[in-house]
Design a protein around this ligand. Structure first.
Ligand SMILES: Cc1ncc(COP(=O)(O)O)c(C=O)c1O
Length: 266
């Protein structure tokens, strides 16, 4: 989870912080939930997330004026009606202060998400307690660690679990380690994707609305280096959060598989 209060302190006056909490449902910073620290918070409900409906998302804010704008952006310039509505009504009014598009989540997905919300806290407890267990079990394996979280993050929401190998086992890339763990455990492990600053997916200059800013964006990022991100790309192995939803025995099996890969090369 990002240190939003630090970003807020560093931001020039008048800059609005929009919190990308896409994969952080239920995470907390000093007891405050991810998504509630910025002026707006955004969540993803894409299939891999801890709260998933295949696709979709949500934007949250406690700013009434912004909430109205976000509603209009979501529903073709309409917002929820405050008046009662008859059966089969859209329950929307044509408030039309900004031009929106249709980003509405369908009701089947919403129903799936509401049902999962009831389980989210319990799932976090299982994942977080298994994470602590895994942390303890990996301590005896040289060169293997889980990333430490900031002490102000009072609750984790684990999305893609990274296991860091420094150094990597002799003669292996992290891709090789991921393949070996996948084979041992019949669960998918994979190396991280390229970091955002050199992601081939990030092409703002091809989008008419972003093109005017793209030149500045590219110039600002051209000479920047991100050593921590680059290090993790070459030394971490990831697995989906559901890997941590199993039993204590599953965690023991995972630690044993990591030990097998490491000790087979030392
Ligand atoms: C941090 C972060 N931001 C944004 C997104 C994009 O979410 P979506 O796929 O719902 O657009 C993701 C998805 O993985 C994410 O992890």
């Amino acid at each position: 989870m990002a240190d939003i209060p630090a970003i807020q302190r560093a931001a020039p006056v008048g800059v609005t912080i929009v919190e990308d909490a896409a994969q952080a449902h239920g995470a907390q910073w000093l007891g405050r939930s991810a998504g509630s620290l910025g002026r707006l918070g955004c969540f993803s409900m894409q299939q891999s997330k801890v709260l998933a409906a295949g696709e979709g998302g949500a934007v949250v804010t406690d700013d009434d004026a912004l909430a109205s704008v976000v509603q209009e952006l979501r529903a073709d310039s309409r917002r929820y009606t405050t008046a009662g509505s008859a059966a089969q009504d859209l329950e929307l009014e044509e408030s039309a202060t900004v031009m929106g598009a249709n980003f509405c989540l369908d009701e089947f997905s919403a129903a799936l998400l509401c049902a999962q919300l009831n389980d989210l806290d319990a799932q976090h407890e299982v994942r977080n307690s298994n994470y602590a267990l895994l942390h303890a079990r990996l301590e005896d394996i040289p060169g293997v660690r889980l990333p430490r979280h900031h002490p102000d993050q009072t609750r984790l929401s684990i999305y893609e679990l990274p296991i860091v190998f420094d150094p990597l086992p002799d003669g292996m890339t992290n891709g090789d380690v991921a393949a070996a763990l996948s084979a041992e455990l019949h669960t998918l492990f994979y190396p991280p994707r390229e970091p955002l600053n050199r992601s081939r997916l990030l092409r703002p200059w091809t989008k008419p609305t972003l093109a005017p800013l793209a030149e500045r964006f590219v110039a600002e990022h051209r000479d920047r280096v991100y050593p921590n991100a680059e290090y993790l790309v070459g030394h971490a192995v990831l697995t989906h959060h559901s890997t941590l939803l199993g039993s204590e025995q599953d965690v023991a099996d995972l630690a044993e598989a990591v030990a097998k890969v490491v000790f087979s090369r030392s």
